[in-house]
Design a binder for this molecule. Structure first.
Ligand code: NAP
Length: 537
C-alpha cells in the first residue's frame, strides 16, 4: 500500500547542508515540498564549514565557483579575491542560507546514522545518531565526494602528547603556530595550502612527504570594487563558458597537440601558462598531455625544471619532483610560494620513501632514521573519496540490501544520481557524476533531480528506481570515458586508492572522467524521454 504523501513526516529529506544541499532545498521548496535537511555540522557550508585549515582557499576562480541560479545573489555578492579564502566562502554560503531563509528547514548537529527503505509504504526511514527518526518519501544525499576524512594508518597516533588534527576537522578557534614545532603529513592540494601558510610563523615546520605532487602557481590577486563591477557585467559569459568546457572551469584545452608546434613554441606556451593564474596549465594545456606519454613527458620536464629553479638546495629539489607519475595525472595542487618554503631555515623535508614513519610517539614522530620532537601534528592525509560518506551511513534498500555491501568492489550508479535497489534515493555528486568545477555540476544535478521530482508529482507517481540495464549501460559509458587516460595508471583518489583503508590498495574505476557537456547530454536525453530508462510507478 502506498502512503499518501502527507502521512510521511516529510516529502523529502536532504542529507547535508553544503553547497548541494542548500541549493536542493531552495528548488524543492519551489515544488511545494515539505523538506528537512539533516546536517552533521553546527552550521551550513559542508566542505567550507569543515575545512578551516590555514591557507584553505579556492583553486577555481571565485566568480566561476559561486551559484549562478539567482541574478539577485550575483548582483549583491562581491568576491574580494580571484581565489577566495575559506572564511570568505563560508560567509558567502551563510549569506545564501540567510538570504533564502533556509535555516528554518535545516536541523544542525544531526548526523544521519541510517536510512532504510520501506517498500510497503514507499518511504525512507531516516535515523540520526541521537536515535530520533523521520520518514520521508524521497531521500536526497548531498554528502559530498570528499567529506569523509581519513587518518593515516600509523601506530601510536593516540599516544602523542601535543596537539594534533586532521585538516578537515580543524578547530573553530584560532590556532597559533608561533614558537611551535609543527609537522604536516601529506602533500596533496590540502597539504600544500597548509604547508605554505604554517611555514610563515612556525618555529620549525617538518613536512613528511610520501609522494610529491606537481604543483603549479595559483597567482591569486585581490579584486577591488571596480574590477568586481567589470566581472559582474560578464557573468553571463562566465557561466556560458563554464557550460562549454570539459570540466566546467573557465579554462579549456588548447586545440593543438604538444608536437604540432616547434620546441621553441612549446616552451613559450608552457611559460605563458605557468605565468597565468589557476588551472590553465592543467586543463588549458595542449590537448594530449593527459593521454600521450611523450607529450606528458614534455610538460613534466618543464615543471621539473621550474622546481629546480625555485628550490635552492638541489637535493631537496630532486625530492620534490614526482617520479612515479606525470604532470596532471593526479589533481594538481595550486600553490603560492610553496617551493620557496623549502628555502627557509625553519623548514625541513622528510622523504618517507627513504625513511618511513615507524610510529607516532609521545613526543613526536619516529622515522626509521630518527625521532622528531613536535608540539603539533597536522594530518593532511585526505579522504575516503567518492564513496566514503556513503559507507558511513547504513543505507538499506529493497529487501534490506546494504549499499556498502553492494559497493564493496566499487560503486555502481545510474548517471551518478541513482542506484538500482535503492528507490527514491537521489544522489547529488554521487560517484560517476561529472566533477571538475564542482558547483557547476551541483547546479546541474540539483536541477535534474528537481525536474524528475516535478515530473513525478505532476503524474502522481511515488516511486522511482534505476534499472539494472540502465546501470550497466552507464557504467560502460564511465569505462569508455576513462579509456586512454594516463591517470588510470596512477594511484590517487581519482583511481579509488587510499592506503589507509582496507581493500582500497588497488586501482578501480571510481569516477566519471568524461566531459561535463557529454554527461549533461546523456542526462538531458533521459529526462527528455520521460525517464523511460527508470522504473516509475
Ligand atoms: P589527497 O590528495 O588524497 O592527499 C593526501 C596526502 O596525504 C598525500 O600526499 C598522501 O600521500 C598523504 N598520505 C596519506 N596517507 C599517508 C600515510 N599513511 N603516510 C604518509 N602520507 C600519507 O588529499 P587532499 O590533499 O586533502 O586533497 C583531496 C582533494 O580535495 C583534492 O584532490 C582536491 O580535489 C580537493 N581539495 C580542493 C582544494 C581546493 O579546491 N582549493 C583544496 C584542497 C583539497 P600519497 O600521495 O603517497 O598517498
Amino acid at each position: 500500500m502506498t502512503l499518501p504523501i502527507s502521512e510521511t513526516d516529510f516529502d523529502a529529506v536532504i542529507i547535508g547542508a553544503g553547497m548541494s544541499g542548500l541549493y536542493q532545498l531552495i528548488r524543492l521548496r519551489e515544488l511545494g515540498m515539505r523538506v528537512r535537511v539533516f546536517e552533521a555540522g553546527g552550521g551550513v557550508g559542508g566542505t567550507w564549514y569543515w575545512n578551516r585549515y590555514p591557507g584553505a582557499r579556492f583553486d577555481s576562480e571565485s566568480y566561476s565557483y559561486g551559484y549562478s541560479f539567482s541574478k539577485e545573489l550575483l548582483a549583491e555578492w562581491d568576491w574580494t579575491e580571484h581565489f577566495a579564502p575559506q572564511p570568505e566562502t563560508l560567509r558567502y554560503l551563510e549569506h545564501v542560507a540567510d538570504r533564502f531563509d533556509l535555516r528554518r528547514d535545516i536541523q544542525f548537529d544531526s548526523r544521519v546514522r541510517s536510512a532504510h527503505w520501506q517498500e510497503e509504504g514507499r518511504f525512507w526511514r531516516v535515523a540520526l545518531e541521537d536515535g530520533t527518526t523521520a520518514t520521508s518519501r524521497f531521500l536526497v544525499t548531498a554528502i559530498g565526494p570528499l567529506s569523509a576524512p581519513t587518518l593515516p594508518r600509523i601506530d601510536g597516533i593516540d599516544s602523542f602528547n601535543g596537539e594534533s588534527c586532521h585538516t578537515a576537522r580543524w578547530p573553530h578557534e584560532p590556532v597559533s603556530f608561533d614558537g611551535k614545532r609543527v609537522a604536516v603529513i601529506g602533500t596533496g592540494a590540502t597539504g600544500v595550502q597548509t604547508i605554505q601558510e604554517v611555514a610563515k610563523t612556525a618555529k620549525q615546520l617538518t613536512v613528511f612527504q610520501r609522494t610529491p605532487n606537481w604543483c603549479a602557481p595559483l597567482l591569486n590577486r585581490k579584486i577591488d570594487k571596480e574590477e568586481m563591477v567589470r566581472i559582474r557585467s560578464t557573468y553571463p559569459d562566465i557561466f556560458r563558458r563554464c557550460q562549454e568546457t570539459f570540466a566546467c572551469f573557465l579554462h579549456t584545452a588548447d586545440p593543438r597537440g604538444t608536437f604540432d608546434v616547434t620546441p621553441e613554441e612549446r616552451e613559450a606556451f608552457f611559460e605563458k601558462l605557468y605565468a597565468e593564474p589557476g588551472f590553465g596549465i592543467w586543463v588549458g594545456n595542449f590537448n594530449d598531455i593527459l593521454t600521450n606519454r611523450e607529450a606528458n613527458a614534455q610538460i613534466s620536464d618543464f615543471m621539473a625544471r621550474k622546481i629546480r629553479q625555485r628550490v635552492k638546495d638541489p637535493a631537496i629539489a630532486e625530492k620534490l619532483i614526482p617520479r612515479n607519475h606525470g604532470f596532471g595525472t593526479r589533481r594538481v595542487p595550486l600553490e603560492t610560494r610553496y617551493y620557496e618554503v623549502y628555502n627557509q631555515p625553519n623548514v625541513e623535508l622528510v622523504d618517507l620513501t627513504e625513511t618511513p614513519i615507524e610510529r607516532v610517539i609521545r613526543s613526536g614522530i619516529r622515522t626509521t632514521a630518527r625521532d622528531y620532537d613536535l608540539d603539533m601534528i597536522i594530518y593532511a592525509t585526505g579522504f575516503d573519496a567518492l564513496t566514503g560518506a556513503f559507507d558511513r551511513i547504513d543505507f538499506r534498500g529493497v529487501d534490506g540490501r546494504r549499499l556498502k555491501d553492494d559497493w564493496s568492489e566499487g560503486a555502481e550508479t545510474y548517471v551518478g544520481m541513482a542506484v538500482e535497489g535503492f528507490p527514491n534515493m537521489l544522489m547529488l555528486l554521487g560517484p560517476h557524476t561529472a566533477l571538475g568545477n564542482i558547483p557547476r555540476s551541483i547546479e546541474y544535478n540539483v536541477d535534474w533531480v528537481t525536474d524528475l521530482l516535478r515530473f513525478m508529482r505532476d503524474r502522481e507517481l511515488t516511486r522511482v528506481e534505476a534499472t539494472g540495464e540502465g546501470v550497466e549501460a552507464w557504467m560502460e559509458m564511465v569505462e569508455r570515458a576513462s579509456e586512454g587516460l594516463l591517470s588510470n595508471e596512477v594511484n590517487s583518489w581519482f583511481t579509488g586508492v587510499n592506503t589507509n583503508i582496507d581493500g582500497r590498495h588497488n586501482r578501480r574505476l571510481s569516477r566519471y572522467s568524461g566531459s561535463a557537456p557529454s554527461y549533461r547530454e546523456r542526462c538531458n536525453a533521459v529526462a527528455k524521454e520521460g525517464y523511460k530508462e527508470m522504473l516509475l510507478s
